[in-house]
Every structure is written in C-alpha cells, then in structure tokens.
Ligand binder design. Structure first.
Ligand SMILES: *Cc1c(COP(=O)(O)O)cnc(C)c1O
Length: 390
C-alpha cells in the first residue's frame, strides 16, 4: 500500500500535468547550434572569453570557493571592490553583495519589514519579492500593474500608522515594460513611504551608462532601496542591494539570507568586475541590442504578431492558452530556436506567452531565423483553423 507521501507526490504531479502546468528541464549544450532567445544574457557577456578568463584567474589566485560567510572570513578584497563598483555604477553611497537575486530580495524584505510594516506590491512583481514580504510576516497589498492611481488609492486608504514600503520591479520580467520610477517616487514621497525597486532586467541595459532604470537618474531620496542582479545583462551571477550606508549596515546586521550563507566564489566576483569594465568600454553592445529590438518589433508588426508594448529586450508574444504556447515553442524548437514558454501560474490565466529575449550576441541571421519561425507558426495556426471550419 502506498504511504501518504507517495500518494501526495503522485496526486500533485497528476494535478500539475492535468492543468498543463508540468514544468520540465532540458539539458542544453552550447555546441548544438541552437539559437537562444530564452536567456537573459542581453549584452552577450555570459559567453565572453574575457569573463571566463577573469573567473579562472580569480579562482587560481583566491580559490574556487570563498570558504565561509561574509561575516566569518569569506569577505575578500574582490567582493569589497565589486561592492564599490556597483555603488558607483548606480550612484549610491554603498552596496551589499548577495549570492542571488532571489536571496537579495528575501533578505532585504525580511530585514526591513515585520508584521507591523505595510508593503504595497505591483501585481506583476517577481516571485522573490512576494516571498520576501511573506518571510517577514508583513501585511502585503497588491496594486494594479503599473497603476499609480490604484497605488495612491491604496496608500490613502491604509492607516499611516508605521513604516510603509512600496515595491516594484524596474523592468517586468514577463512583460518587458518599465515601471514609472519618477511617478512611484512622487507617490511614495506624498505618503511618507519608502520605495524599493528590483532592477534585475534593467541593469546593464537601460540608463545612460547601463546603470539601469533607476541608477544615477533617481537617487536614494527617490529610491532608497535598489536591487540589481548580476546573472542577467552582466553575464555573471549574484546580486546586490544599493542604498545608504545605514541601509547596508542594517542588512549586514539583520538580513538572514545574507548572514547565514557562504560568500560568493571569488572568481565570480572577479568575472563581474570584468563585466562592469566591458559595460563601460563597449557601449556598442547596447547600441547593437537597441537595433535588434527595433528591427524585431518592426518586422513582427508587419507579420501581425501579437507584440506587447515593450521597448526592452524582453519581447513577449501573448498567445492565450497553454496549449498554443507549447505548440509554437515546439515548432520553433524543431527549427533550432529556443524561446521561453511561459504559462500560468507564472503569468495570469489566459495570458500564456512566448517570452522572447534579444541579446547583443544575436546575429542578423539569428533574428531572421526567429522571424521566419514565427511566421511559420502563424501560418500553421491559420491552416488548422481553416481545417476546423466546415
Ligand atoms: C531573475 C530575477 C530575480 C532573481 O535573480 P537571481 O539572481 O536569478 O536569483 C529577482 N528579481 C527579478 C525581477 C528577476 O527577474
């Protein structure tokens, strides 16, 4: 007779399959010649040999691992240097490294909030932000996506009886649209709330110097808590929180996902320093990316594809049902084109989508292959519709 755990696992798996939500991993090898439009390597830095060399050199010099947490003995000069570079890039007095963006968000929200804090989150915020507020036991409310009026209403309605924190993605990871940072900051100022922005997809891509959608344009008076991640446009791994010295000190004292984890491998920090140097030295990567985005949007419009209102490298095509998304993704895969197939519950019901991401590393031939593949998917859809019509 199956025990309760086996039954539970079988039932949960069946439910996931039944609702079309079953998630699978595919092992990918770099040499298989596939065209990757699913990753977040917007500047094409992840595969740059100079990052690999910096990482190897860092490991040879300092060891493959950091050996301990930052507060014990794992905090090395390379981490310190990286924190200073990240603070400078984003125009803030200080920055604190975390091992991943997920942990940066958990740690920051857990350290800043408690059950008396009121947290206001954009409805489409990243899962780690929602989880962080939950970890803190804070009272979370969600406002309509990118809707300042709704936020204003919520803030006006809730008693101003303590600390309030408004939290938003900078660039929304499944939609590619950008938060109105100035508008959020002004609303927060009116209500005496702090603003926290997670710029995981903006850092390296947006801003005058690739400093993100917050960066130097919006200082700590507007955005006191800024999170950036290093595994996307910067092609490396890890994350950081940037803000005042007092904020960083507070996180060092109280952010459990910071305190109780091993410091980032020193080679990874060295690779990120190299990425920051390339971000500055090779602005043509951002120019190339902008050209690809414009061209993709132009040609996809001509094809009549359901483009979203996004000017960032995240270019979703909202197709509706899970089934259709899986079919399109499979047809593209047959042509060696990899795109993200994003389904509920990651996105709202009926809004399943192909998440197409562009990178400065894509060639014109890559883009043309993608557009041809999408045109073929669309043609096949039309053909099967006609078959169904008597
Ligand atoms: C990817 C992502 C994260 C998580 O960052 P990791 O370093 O991959 O853990 C956090 N927030 C947003 C908005 C993201 O897109």
């Amino acid at each position: 007779m199956p025990d309760a755990w086996s039954t539970h696992l079988t039932e949960q798996a069946a439910g996931q399959r039944h609702t079309g939500r079953w998630r699978r991993r595919r092992t990918r090898c770099w040499s298989d010649g596939c065209r990757d439009f699913a990753g977040n390597d917007y500047l094409g830095l992840a595969g740059d040999p100079r990052l690999a060399e910096a990482q190897a050199e860092g490991a040879r010099r300092l060891g493959a691992g950091a050996r301990a947490s930052h507060l014990v003995s794992g905090h090395l000069a390379v981490h310190e240097a990286l924190e200073q570079r990240l603070a400078a890039l984003t125009g803030r007095p200080a920055a604190l490294l975390f091992s991943t963006g997920y942990m940066a968000n958990l740690g920051t929200l857990q350290a800043l909030c408690d059950p008396d804090t009121r947290v206001f989150q954009d409805r489409l915020n990243h899962a780690s932000l929602l989880d962080g507020a939950r970890l803190a036991g804070a009272r979370s409310r969600r406002f309509h996506h990118n809707d300042l009026d709704d936020l204003e209403r919520l803030l006006a309605r809730t008693p101003n009886d303590g600390r309030r924190l408004v939290v938003s993605d900078g660039v929304f990871s499944m939609d590619g649209d950008v938060a109105d940072i100035a508008g959020l900051a002004a609303t927060c100022a009116r209500h005496g709330a702090w603003l926290m922005v997670d710029d995981a997809h903006g850092l390296g891509v947006l801003g005058e110097a690739g400093d993100g959608c917050v960066g130097r344009a919006h200082g700590i008076d507007e955005v006191p808590v800024l999170v950036g991640t290093l595994g996307k446009a910067l092609g490396s791994a890890g994350a950081f929180v940037a803000g005042s010295q007092a904020l960083v000190e507070h996180l060092i004292q109280f952010a459990r996902p910071y305190v109780y984890t091993t410091a980032q491998p020193p080679g990874v920090a060295a690779a990120t320093l190299e990425a920051l140097a390339l971000l500055e030295a090779e602005p043509e990567r951002r120019t190339r990316l902008a050209t690809l985005i414009r061209r993709f949007r132009h040609e996809a419009t001509l094809l009549g594809l359901p483009l979203a209102a996004s000017t960032t490298p995240i270019q979703p095509l909202v197709l509706g049902g899970c089934q259709r998304v899986m079919e399109w993704a499979a047809r593209l895969a047959e042509r060696g084109i990899l795109v993200g197939a994003i389904r509920e519950p990651t996105v709202p019901r009926g809004q399943s989508r192909l998440r197409i991401t562009l990178s400065a590393a894509h060639t014109d031939a890559d883009l043309e292959a993608l557009l041809e593949g999408l045109a073929a998917c669309q043609a096949q859809d039309t053909a099967s519709l006609q078959e169904l019509t008597p």
